[in-house]
Design a protein around this ligand. Structure first.
Ligand code: GLV
Ligand code: MN
Ligand code: MN
Ligand code: MN
Length: 412
């Protein structure tokens, strides 16, 4: 039985969250801990030190995923995993990812303090590059671990400065000796902030996450022609930015046509040689769509490239569209989800079932082993923003639910 009188230490959890948030702290109160940067290395080193201080063994795999293991009583039992990610968006918040890792650490500390040995081992994971903002592939570490994304492909991805994943791993000293592939494990639990407004709006403390929505991501390049802004008449222009504007509007229209469940975003856009008095000849941008239904994403993936290419051609430009990433909707494991539901009920925390709008490592891990997630509210539903904020009590309640679910699974 997992004990409701076995309490995590909310203050210690908060202090460690704040200590992690010092690494890569931005003036506006957020963090910039881009994956595999030196700041990421500092975060990893601090996390590793905290784990080793508890006597946990930390191993690192070939894509830099970190696993901190606490042995169980029964050597035949497979480990129960928990975790999230320490990398952040360029203008990220303190809690996206960090909450799940540091709460996992607090679970380990509580087990240590209370001298509890679970039947199964427990492993705490920091997945590499959840965000995808530096190398263009979200969920890179968990995808490689789960065998969905080949290691060699991941190694070859490059950031805007031409640095590859392989080089970045070597530079920060986190290309580990262990193979990046699934090892036998019993289950995975991830605590994360909701990153949206539903729990706060409905005054719920816990989201019992039943699954995550489907996504498709693209890189787009529009090629027109640089020319003189003062001398090029409308009939002679090949303005790549005007073509891009049409595609941006198309993405918004396709999203809105799908009602409140639709998502469509152009979050990155760059004119290749920007200048006030040059008609833009080349523009690069990102496109992503998300929806809870696979059919909707399949439909978009089938129709959007052609619709966009047609709009661009009307401006005299050419569209090069590359699909970077596609992920189907992922339901979570009913028995793991139920452990989360039961824990929230036992702790008398107001809870509701919820589908994840964001992508999470849990989505890839769920393809290999039974998986569930726990959400906690965040202020104004704001995330991927330096102003992202949560209350210490919300973090503590989420961590307590994580503790209960993981210990119950490890002792079953
Ligand atoms: C990244 O955090 C995502 O959900 O897209
Ligand atoms: Mn995250
Ligand atoms: Mn994120
Ligand atoms: Mn995410």
């Amino acid at each position: 039985m997992s004990g409701t009188n076995q309490r995590i230490d909310g203050k210690r959890l908060w202090d460690s969250l704040m200590a992690m948030a010092e690494i890569g702290a931005t003036p506006k109160g957020g963090v910039k801990r881009l994956t595999l940067s030196d700041v990421d290395r500092q975060g990893r080193d601090r996390f590793k030190g905290w784990c080793e201080a508890l006597g946990l063994t930390v191993r690192v795999d070939a894509i830099g995923n970190m696993f901190a293991r606490r042995e169980g009583r029964d050597p035949k039992r497979l480990p129960v995993l928990m975790g999230s990610h320490l990398d952040s968006q360029p203008t990220g918040g303190k809690f996206d990812g960090a909450l799940g890792v540091i709460a996992g650490l607090e679970v380990m500390r509580t087990l240590h303090d209370l001298n509890i040995t679970t039947e199964a081992p427990i492993e705490l994971v920091n997945w590499t590059d959840e965000e995808g903002s530096r190398f263009g592939h979200s969920l890179m570490g968990s995808g490689t671990w789960a065998g969905i994304y080949p290691l060699e492909k991941a190694y070859g991805l490059r950031d805007v400065d031409g640095v590859s994943v392989s080089e970045a791993l070597d530079t920060i000293g986190y290309k580990g000796a262990h193979a990046a592939k699934p090892f036998p494990a019993d289950a995975y639990f991830e605590l994360h902030i909701e990153q949206g407004p539903i729990l706060e709006r409905e005054e719920k403390r816990i989201g019992v996450v039943t699954g995550a929505q489907a996504q498709v991501w693209y890189d787009a390049v529009i090629v027109g022609q640089d020319s003189h802004a003062g001398t090029t008449p409308p009939s002679a222009r090949k303005d790549a930015l005007v073509a891009a504007a049409r595609v941006v509007t198309l993405v918004d229209q396709l999203m809105r046509a799908r009602g409140e469940d639709g998502r469509g975003t152009v979050g990155f856009l760059q004119i290749a040689s920007p200048s006030r008095n040059v008609v833009p000849g080349e523009v690069r941008f990102s496109v992503e769509f998300r929806h809870p239904s696979d059919e909707q994403i399949l439909g978009l993936a089938a129709s959007f490239p052609e619709q966009a290419a047609r709009l661009v051609a009307e401006t005299g430009c050419r569209l090069e569209l590359t699909e970077l990433f596609r992920i189907p909707a992922q339901p979570f494991d009913p028995s793991c989800v139920d452990l989360v539901r039961q824990a929230a009920r036992r702790l008398n925390l107001p809870a509701r079932e919820i589908i994840s709008g964001a992508g999470h490592d849990a989505v890839y891990v769920a393809r290999s082993i039974p998986t569930a997630m726990i959400f906690t509210p965040c202020k104004d539903g704001l995330s991927h923003n330096e102003a992202e904020s949560i209350l210490p009590e919300e973090a503590a309640d989420g961590c307590q639910v994580l503790f209960e679910a993981v210990v119950a699974r490890a002792n079953r």
